[in-house]
Design a protein around this ligand. Sequence first.
Ligand code: SDX
Length: 474
Amino acid sequence: MTLKTEDLLKVIHSAGVQAAADTGNEPEPELTQPISWPITSTVGPGLEGAIACESKVGYVNGAKGWLVYRGYDIFELCANATYEEVCYLLLHGELPTEAQLYAFKKKLASYRYVNGTLRVLMGFPVEKMNPMAALRLGTNLLRQEFSFIDIDIPGDDMGFDEIIAMDDDSFAMETPPLGEKQATYEFHQQSRASHPRWGDQLHDAKGYEAAYHLIAGIPTLAAAISRVRQGHMPIEPDPHLSLSANFLYMLTGYQPSELEERMMDVCLILHADHGMNASTFAAMVVASTLSDVYFSVGSGIAALNGPLHGGANEQVLKMLEEIRSFGDVQEWLDERLMNKEKVMGFGHRVYKAYDPRARVLGPLAELLTENHEDGKSLLSIAKRLESEMIDRFGESKKIFPNVDFYSGIVYNCLGIPADMFTSVFAVARVSGWTARVLEYLKNNRIFRPRAIYTGDFGKTYTPIEQRQRRDTIQ
Ligand code: SDX
């Protein structure tokens, strides 16, 4: 059966109808009325239930399984919007006019060229690095190339500043005066004239330009990292393609069909924003110190990497393949739970109902695996695991599939390698991270929670010779 875009729309529409029937879509009053600080909230470990700030960017109704971006229901956006429109909406609060969207897409298309950054990044052993570590490194390099924020150029000199090292392949190092010959090096510090981009598009690393640059540049970095990990050269961006189509093209080397482009759009929209999740919170904590957007996004990437957060999607695919070779879903699950291991792709700190994003990704996986044998067998295992988990924990522990449970099967069918699934999550979430960081900075207050101290008091110093040897180092 040849899939058509209408098939995708049908999936989204019926998921939205089902969600509305199941949830009713009433906002939780205690989480959607303006407040006056200070407030009291019941807080559990890991800041569960804590209110960190007010926001208009997005709302997650955990009890009902409902997700809203700037007032638009997620199903509404998946059915009608492109990912660029949703980026603009998250950042600026309204869907763009035609002229605004044209200018925004043109700017994003120009920022997707990050050749200088790629040249430096490819000097690192990217093929051996954790892809998210490489992406985070790339984000730092993007900061350096475009924001020029750190280099304090004295005056408007045209020549080289003071020479500090000679040999380009060496590192300026202090050689201890231990009788060895003092090594001399001559590095040339860059000056304003020599910087390739000085004067054009240099921007403040704390503003919207940095956000646009990251939203457009990070897909290019992620795709290049993927290509190198597969033993290929990076593919140059195509300025005529949308962000989603260009990302798939740079990842796979093939121009995606209109349907594949729409599917990538829907996946990026579904992953774009999600309230005060760990990686968004990490990004905002960094921004609240008045660091900058690049460092914030770097922290978001670091937090997203964890298997309890964005790293779960890659773990789910490994888990499904493990079950397939194990043979029996129930037995596998019994053993997993007996070992007190979490089942990846299930459960959520906020959703105590079916994750609305899984309501789209599940049927999307079904659509895509129609003509995909491997995907079809993984999907049938996923479906059996889902019903087993819901039978056992749906009512008792409110455990349901989350966004990561089906996304891997969808990405697999789109030709995205499993080791890049979390990076795809980061490519989408940069829009949510930057939207919330820039919103928070408008009324900034450094994040500084407290910890309960349960340690000792009144201890006196014991000279080391009188200390008892302890079995383990504390
Ligand atoms: C994302 O926050 C966000 O919005 C995140 C995210 C986003 O868009 O940014 O939605 C994306 O990160 C989704 C989550 C991806 N992670 C996983 O799929 C990893 C598996 N899930 C779990 O680790 C867990 O569900 C968390 C981390 C997602 C949430 O954990 P909580 O809220 O801290 O819940 P918990 O660990 O305290 O569990 C409560 C109970 C425990 O049982 P008891 O000790 O009470 O008997 O539920 C059990 C847990 O053992 N449980 C699970 C389980 N998740 C919870 N048991 C087995 N498998 C699981 N997946």
